[in-house]
Design a binder for this molecule. Sequence first.
Ligand SMILES: C[S@@+](CC[C@H](N)C(=O)[O-])C[C@H]1O[C@@H](n2cnc3c(N)ncnc32)[C@H](O)[C@@H]1O
Length: 301
Amino acid sequence: MSQAAHKQKKTKSKSLVKSDIQPQNAKEHTSSFIMSWSCKHEQKKRKIRIQHTGETSVKYVGLQLWNASFLLCDHLLSNPSIVENKVILELGCGLGFNAIILAKCLSIKHIFATDNVASVLTQCKKNIELNKLNDKKNNKISARWLDWSRGNELLSKLTEKQFCVGNDHHWTKKDNQIVSLNDQKIDIIIGSEVIYDHKTSDILFDFICDIFRKYPDIIILLSNEKRLIFNEMTLVDEFYGYEQFIKNIQTCGNITLLDPTKSKSQTVKKIELVKIDWTNIPQTSQYERHKYLELIMLKLV
Ligand SMILES: C[S@@+](CC[C@H](N)C(=O)[O-])C[C@H]1O[C@@H](n2cnc3c(N)ncnc32)[C@H](O)[C@@H]1O
C-alpha cells in the first residue's frame, strides 16, 4: 500500500463509527498500486491508480480504501478461473478498486460495479477513467446503482427507472443484453468490506437470500475485516455486524426454491458458508494482512 494509503489506514476503522466528515471537506488522494502476480508461470504486473478520500462519515465509507478488497483481489488473481469469461456483479463497489483490477488484469466478460451512493459511483467512474477502462465500444466495467434493500425487485427490473439515481448510474438496455436478464446470467457475485454494522449486515443477508432464490447456482465471494467493538447494550466485545451476519447465515440460511414447471413443488436448500484459508494465497500488492481479515464463499447446498 502506498504511503498515502497507509496514512488512511490509521483512521479508517474509527471512521466507520465516529467521524462525520462529509466528502466535500475530506481530502482526496490519488494512490498508485503495483499489482504483481504470476499466471501460467508468467510474471505479470499492472499499475492501478485510485483516487480516494481520507476520513468520511459512515454514509461515504465507499470513498475510502479498504484492506479486505486487496485480499479479495489476491484470491481472484491467484485463481483467475473463478472469474474468467464471467459476468460479475459486485456489491458495494466503493471506489471500484476490485472491479478495475479484474477488468485490467483478468479476462473477465464484464463486471457491474454497484453501489447505492451516487457520489461513490461518480468517484468509481472517475477511477475507471483514470485507469483508461472507459472505452465505450469495448468496455468491461460499468458503475451502476443498486441498493440491497431493493432486493425483492432485483434483476428482473434493473433497467427500469426506479433503480436509478439520476441519469449517470442507471442500468441500460445494453446491460440487459450482457446480463441476459431473461436467462438470469450473472455468473458470480463479489463484495469486499460490505458487512460493517448491524443494519447493513441484516439488509445484506436478506438480499443474499433473495439472490439465492433467483440464482440457486450462484457463488458469492465476500471479504471482510472484522472489527472488535464494545457493545453497550450487551456489554461484550463483538465483531460489529459480522458476527450477526455469520449467525444469520448459519441459523436462518434456509432457502425455499420453487420449481416453475411444477406448481406446489418446492425444495429447501441451505446456504453453505465456506471460510477460505488465505494464508497461502500470494500477496500481489502491499497491504497489511492480519488475523481479522476473512474471505468467505457462500453457495447453496
Ligand atoms: C466499507 S465500503 C467498501 C467499499 C469497497 N467494496 C471496498 O472494499 O473498498 C462499503 C460499501 O457498501 C456500500 N453499501 C452500503 N450499504 C449498501 C446498500 N444497502 N446497497 C448498496 N451498497 C451499499 C457503501 O456505499 C460502500 O460503498
